[in-house]
Ligand binder design. Structure first.
Ligand code: DX5
Ligand code: ZN
Length: 216
């Protein structure tokens, strides 16, 4: 079963609560929440208070994608705010193994994200201890960017490692995914699809969710 994780970065924040309800009604499997610090990525999004306030609106899992430097400083706060999955970038943490175990110690799922140019081989030894790997298919920082083709090879590499070391691993892709390329990332082995602009375009969440499902 392929999961769809709409990214609320593309939502109209003046109507965030309504959007969350719509996403739930139209079959989202989890809510993808992009936290940006203006240091690791050249953009600032939103943080802990926003997550706390939308937590009461839905029971859907909160998939929190941390694009922040030294994420271990804030893990406990994101757990308390209601995160179910916490993703940290390999590039932001010098002690990624420790951070993964730290995340898991709170009873939430742990994931590592890789920027497009970061090789999969760097996380080979972590795979058996991870709940999810996030292969970025754009350079992180903004919604609405173009999908980077070569990242598909990395999805396939993660799939091979997962078959060998961790069959339950979730393999997530994030960035520029739409009805045109969703099929190829799923064929490559991805089983959790993040989509921001493809879900929110023209404000037609129901229609867009259906089109994405149909394209898988
Ligand atoms: C980019 C974020 C993505 C982004 C995806 O840094 O991690 O989750 O919101 O948006 P689209 O689907 O528009 O590329
Ligand atoms: Zn993201």
């Amino acid at each position: 079963m392929i999961k769809i994780a709409p990214s609320i970065l593309s939502a109209d924040f003046s109507r965030l609560g309504e959007h969350i309800k719509e996403l739930e009604a139209y079959g989202a499997d989890m809510i993808h929440i992009d936290v940006m610090d203006g240091m690791f990525v050249p953009n600032i999004s939103f943080g802990i208070p926003v997550i706390k306030s939308i937590r009461k609106l839905t029971k859907l899992p909160f998939d929190v994608h941390l694009m922040i430097e030294e994420p271990s400083r804030y893990i406990e706060d994101f757990v308390k705010a209601g995160a179910d999955i916490i993703t940290v970038h390999y590039e932001t943490d010098r002690h990624i193994d420790r951070t993964i175990n730290y995340i898991k110690s709170f009873g939430v799922k742990a994931a590592v994200a890789l920027n497009p140019a970061t090789p999969v081989a760097l996380i080979k030894h972590l795979i058996s201890n991870l709940d999810m790997v996030l292969i970025m298919t754009v350079n992180p920082g903004f919604g609405g960017q173009k999908y980077i083709e070569y990242c598909l090879d990395k999805v396939k590499e993660v799939r091979t490692l997962s078959d060998k070391y961790n069959k339950k691993l979730l393999i997530q892709v994030d960035g520029g995914i739409d009805e045109v390329n969703i099929r190829e990332v799923v064929s490559g082995g991805a089983n959790v699809i993040v989509a921001g602009s493809a879900v929110f375009k023209n404000g037609e969440i129901e229609k867009n969710m259906k089109a994405l499902r149909a394209a898988i």
